[in-house]
Design a binder for this molecule. Structure first.
Ligand code: GDP
Length: 298
């Protein structure tokens, strides 16, 4: 039985069939750079970032003849260079309970990511509490409870429609009395009424600061990588709504749009703490710039 063919990355699509050792070398000229740029844009890197990446890659090499593998390697190096500074695990502060506020639009993968994070921290021996702060969506609360059970972590809930800030306060109390290391707080993701959401998030922050003025220690924005350039808008919006400290990019499995991560790194420089690579509890990985760059350009 033949091995399934690996999905070619962007360069695979441009240079594809000439990838053997007899492949002609390509001149790195304007035409070639333009094609590379277009491919990067089609992978959702955005025009500015795609231009910068190709220009940096061509510096000192313009007009040279390069092999396909050399071109791939140079482009991957360039992408790695942009991504290296943002690849950072979730920072753990000595203060406990460490509070992680999780924000993002509905459907981005917040609930799933909280479940995965809870499971990972549990496995690392941490005592974790989850607060189901999206009190508006009964389904989200139920879903979070399922994830909490899977991860073996208690989930604090409140009746539908009740004040998420008061739930957050109760969760802080529970986390403190339980001696929890980590409190993960889910939040609503309704962008339809931004003023309301902003007030809701601000109130959660105000209330948890009554317990610990250094909280929240992280505000994680969960972004769906398959939404492409939309992710850029979401960062801009949530930076206004909350004090975003880092990103989790979900659904990086099965998307050819991963280029948006490069655009995000280039534009905002926010740390990428983890990536979602599937729907199962273990499908949350540290972000590895080199692997990512190779997959993107391969
Ligand atoms: P929320 O509304 O932001 O809480 O989003 P959910 O956590 O409910 O996720 C929305 C959908 O995306 C669900 O069907 C999840 O299984 C799916 N999902 C979340 N993260 C990933 C991921 O990394 N990869 C894939 N393939 N699906 C994901």
């Amino acid at each position: 039985i033949a091995e399934p063919e690996e999905k070619p990355g962007i360069l695979g699509r441009l240079l594809g069939k000439v990838e053997d050792s007899t492949a002609p070398r390509r001149v790195l000229d304007d035409d070639m750079l333009e094609q590379l740029e277009e491919l990067l844009i089609s992978a959702d890197m955005g025009v500015d970032t795609a231009m910068r990446v190709t220009a940096n890659m061509a510096e000192g090499r313009f007009g040279k003849k390069l092999s396909v593998n050399e071109i791939k390697g140079l482009l991957a190096d360039e992408v790695t260079r942009v991504m290296d500074p943002v690849a950072k695990p979730l920072p753990l502060y000595p203060k406990t309970p460490q509070v992680v506020l999780v924000v993002g639009v509905n459907g981005s993968g917040k609930t799933t990511t909280i479940g995965k994070l809870a499971s990972q921290f549990r496995a690392a021996g941490k005592n974790v509490v989850i607060a189901a702060g999206d009190t508006f969506r009964a389904a989200a609360v139920e879903q979070l409870q399922v994830w909490g059970d899977r991860a073996g972590v208690p989930v604090l809930t409140a009746p539908e429609g009740s004040d998420p800030a008061s739930l957050a306060f109760d969760a802080m109390t529970k986390a403190e009395t339980d001696g929890a290391d980590l409190l993960l707080i889910d939040t609503a993701g309704r962008l339809q009424n931004r003023a309301d959401l902003m007030e809701e998030l601000a109130k959660i922050v105000r209330v948890i600061r009554k317990k610990d003025e250094t909280a929240p220690h992280n505000t994680l924005l969960v972004l769906d990588a398959t939404t492409g350039q939309n992710a850029i808008n979401q960062v801009e919006i949530f930076q206004k709504l909350a004090n975003v400290s880092g990103l989790v990019m979900t659904k990086l499995d099965g998307t050819a749009k991963g280029g948006v991560l490069v655009a995000l790194a280039d534009k905002f420089g926010l740390p990428i703490h983890a990536i979602g690579v599937g729907e199962q509890i273990d499908d949350l990985d540290a972000f590895d710039p080199e692997d990512f760059a190779k997959a993107l350009t391969g």
